[in-house]
Design a protein around this ligand. Structure first.
Ligand SMILES: *Cc1c(COP(=O)(O)O)cnc(C)c1O
Ligand SMILES: [Zn+2]
Length: 403
């Protein structure tokens, strides 16, 4: 690998690469990758290169690992005039991350995590997850042909385990405190030579930078005014912040957008701390929300997200399950079916309109983090209507229903 250091996001202490290292030995806060080097955006056609090839100068990797790519990234940025008019803003854009190979943004950080594991000569990888990240790491582990361990909650139902196991990963149901598993997996991995690509591991955060790079390019080398990010562990929002920061530091962009951290009311440790102006998050005791992808009760990057929201700047919004469900239906009504966690972004736009926050000209990007088909159990709460008729009565039935 090229030379880089890890810097503590809490106390600025640095540690030499290549690692993997995860958290500061001094203060316990998450580390981030600091890589100095001339940064450019390759101007080759998008169809000729992978996501990592295009942005490779932002990474300390020796190789671009084209053979690992499953076609991650370069997801659509869909303009919505309808929602812009409805909420009285300049533009609403949907960054549709369900167009990734395993239907969520997690693929961006899984490929950078696997690349780091391979360049540091690891023979096994793993992750701790019950959902999108598990499937994503399993898929990239299969692609790389590397032994892959997925640690899930003991009570995870079969129908959620099978879409992980299908990739051939070794799935282990772990009985015990799930929050502690994040830390214990890192320790076991260190001893056994298993590279854990957990929610906010430094090289997973590196992958999420590409969301910022792509938005910037898709908007014609322009920075949006606001970016709304559904947030759980905090890895993705950190990566998006870091991506915009690097665009500014390298002179591509002249500013950083206001970043809005969207959480579910039933599990909003970051939003709660933000509201009380605290510097440290507190564990949520009984999380309860339909937005399962953002249900981490004690986010490992929570304190760092609070710091980033202070500077370079942003704020938190938390949404009720009703608001989330309504927004999920609204998005589907525009042709985009996302999971509840992702719908918090549109719900946040609506809530901020009620609070008279918008001034009328802003360009807002909603990060639609994952696909609706991952959580079909939510249909039970939707009261969706369908009709039936006999074949002989088809014409009458259609006529009756026609507007
Ligand atoms: C993982 C995930 C999130 C939360 O991302 P963090 O990096 O944990 O904050 C949000 N939405 C979806 C669909 C996810 O899979
Ligand atoms: Zn530190």
């Amino acid at each position: 690998m090229k030379d880089f250091v890890y810097k503590c996001t809490g106390c600025d202490k640095t540690y030499p690469g290549p690692g993997p290292l995860y958290r500061c030995k001094q203060c316990g806060e998450p580390l981030e990758v600091v890589f100095e080097g001339d940064k450019t955006i390759s101007q080759n056609g998008l169809s000729d290169q992978t996501m990592i090839e295009r942005y490779s100068s932002f990474y300390p990797f020796d190789k671009t690992a084209t053979e690992l790519s499953l076609g991650e990234g370069f997801t659509p940025l869909v303009k919505s005039r309808k929602n812009a008019d409805k909420y009285g803003v300049g533009w609403v854009y949907f960054k549709n991350e369900s167009a990734n190979p395993t239907w969520s943004f997690k693929d961006r950080g899984s490929i950078t995590g696997v690349m780091h594991a391979l360049e540091t000569r690891y023979k096994a990888i793993g992750t701790v997850s019950t959902g999108n990240m598990a499937a994503s790491v399993a898929a990239y582990g299969a692609r790389a042909g590397i032994e892959t361990f997925i640690l899930v909650k003991n009570n995870l139902p079969e129908e959620k385990i099978n879409p992980i196991a299908v990739y051939g990963a070794k799935v282990i149901k772990v009985n015990g405190d799930y929050g502690q598993l994040y830390y214990d997996s890192l320790e076991a991995g260190r001893e056994l030579g298993i590279y854990f690509i957990n929610s906010d591991s430094p090289f997973r955060v590196e992958g999420s930078k590409t969301i910022a790079f792509e938005i910037f390019e898709q908007m014609g080398m322009e920075v949006p005014d606001h970016v709304i990010v559904p947030t759980s562990a905090g890895g993705n929002i950190r990566g998006i912040f870091k991506g915009f920061r690097e665009l500014k530091d390298t002179g591509f962009a002249d500013r950083i957008p206001t970043i809005i951290c969207a959480q579910a009311e039933g599990c909003s440790p970051i939003a709660e701390a933000w509201k009380k102006d605290k510097r440290k998050i507190e564990r949520i005791e009984n999380p309860e929300t339909i937005a399962h992808a953002i249900e981490n009760p004690f986010p490992p990057s929570g304190n760092e997200v609070l710091r980033m929201l202070k500077s370079p700047g942003g704020f938190c919004v938390s949404l009720s399950d009703e608001e989330i469900l309504e927004a999920q239906k609204d998005l589907a009504g525009e042709g985009i079916f996302v999971q509840p966690a992702s719908a918090t972004t549109l719900a946040a736009i609506q809530k901020l309109q009620k609070d008279s926050y918008w001034t009328g000209s802003e360009k807002i990007v909603s990060i639609l983090t994952g696909s609706g088909l991952k959580y079909t159990s939510v249909f039970k709460k939707m009261n969706l209507q369908t009709y039936s008729c006999n074949l002989k009565e088809l014409k009458e039935q259609l006529k009756e229903m026609q507007n």
